[in-house]
Design a protein around this ligand. Structure first.
Ligand SMILES: Nc1ncnc2c1ncn2[C@@H]1O[C@H](COP(=O)(O)OP(=O)(O)OP(=O)(O)O)[C@@H](O)[C@H]1O
Length: 294
């Protein structure tokens, strides 16, 4: 397990990462979301040791992370950084050798990965001759060299077509199922919602929400669509109603947490027919917007 404890990074007077704490657990996919400039890349760079910490601690398996640990971490940096003039396969094998893998198994692993990623036919092509999405797939292969014990991926899905997104999602799930903690950043909230076991939401250098999607949803106040056939503004006066939007056929009602919605239903039935009382489950995008609102 990877654990960040009160991590801080300053750039002159700008605090880019402000006492950030969260865990990336084995066997789980952790989505890292936040607006532009929230501090995700800076946090990932500190995890990988390519950027120094101003303060705080990074623990791997319950002790401070070392350079040797980091050699076993797979990393896809934001700045990418493979060699444009070299062929896909030869540079992947070269990188694998730098990480201590023997050439023959590295070649075999890479050929298999390139096949999975739909790049088998491009293995001899120079990186610069590939489309941007295909270059991105090669970057993914580079992060998966050897047997990474942790994956830290900065926007691995950006620029991928829907098929490549599915392949990538499958690959990450396989690594997580094999026990590898996986942390990836993304602005694609629908994808994060579909894929992640855990989420960390950051804004302006701070973590404003973390947990499973369900835990985050339940932190929100429960909302219901009450359908009575006519506007139900009367419900605004009920003590447990914290917000209400009147609709032509009823109302959208927000209740205090832990309130029994049966009370709202009973009151509505007392006043006339009720066609439906439906819970409104927020999406991760709704939760994100709420948590990162100024
Ligand atoms: N090398 C640097 N020098 C000065 N400031 C930096 C540097 N790197 C990052 N920052 C600042 O740190 C803050 C966080 O940036 P960071 O790149 O970590 O955000 P991010 O969440 O990854 O954003 P995005 O989603 O746009 O990639 C920003 O204000 C950025 O300008």
């Amino acid at each position: 397990m990877l654990e960040l404890k009160e991590l801080v990074r300053d750039f002159d007077s700008n605090r880019a990462v402000d006492h950030v704490s969260f865990r990336v657990r084995g066997g789980r996919l952790t989505g890292f979301v936040g607006g532009n400039g929230a501090g995700k890349t800076t946090t990932m760079r500190m995890i990988m040791g390519v950027l120094a910490r101003t303060d705080g601690e990074i623990h791997w398996d319950a002790r401070p992370v070392t350079a040797a640990d980091r050699r076993d971490f797979g990393y896809m940096p934001e700045e990418r950084g493979l060699y444009p003039k070299q062929s896909v396969l030869s540079q992947l094998v070269y990188l694998a050798r730098l990480r201590g893998q023997d050439a023959a198994p590295a070649r075999a692993q890479m050929l298999e990965l390139l096949e999975r990623l739909g790049l088998a036919e491009k293995s001899q092509a120079k990186l610069e001759s590939l489309s941007l999405g295909n270059q991105q797939r090669v970057q993914i292969a580079a992060a998966l060299l050897g047997s990474p014990k942790l994956l830290v991926l900065d926007e691995p899905f950006s620029g991928l077509d829907p098929h490549a997104v599915d392949t990538m999602a499958e690959l990450l799930r396989e690594y997580a199922d094999a026990g590898v903690p996986v942390l990836f950043s993304s602005h694609q909230l629908d994808l994060v919602e579909r894929l992640c076991d855990d989420l960390v939401i950051m804004t302006r250098g701070r973590v404003v929400g973390q947990g499973t999607a369900d835990e985050l949803r339940h932190r929100e106040r429960p909302r219901f669509h009450l359908v009575t056939g006519s506007p139900a503004g009367w419900a605004r006066a009920l003590p447990d109603v914290t917000d209400l939007e009147e609709l032509p056929d009823g109302a959208r009602v927000e209740l205090r947490p832990d309130t029994d919605p049966g009370l709202l239903l009973a009151e509505a039935l007392r006043r006339g027919p009720v066609h439906a009382l439906t819970p409104l489950v927020p999406s991760i995008a709704d939760i994100y917007r709420e948590m990162t609102a100024a």
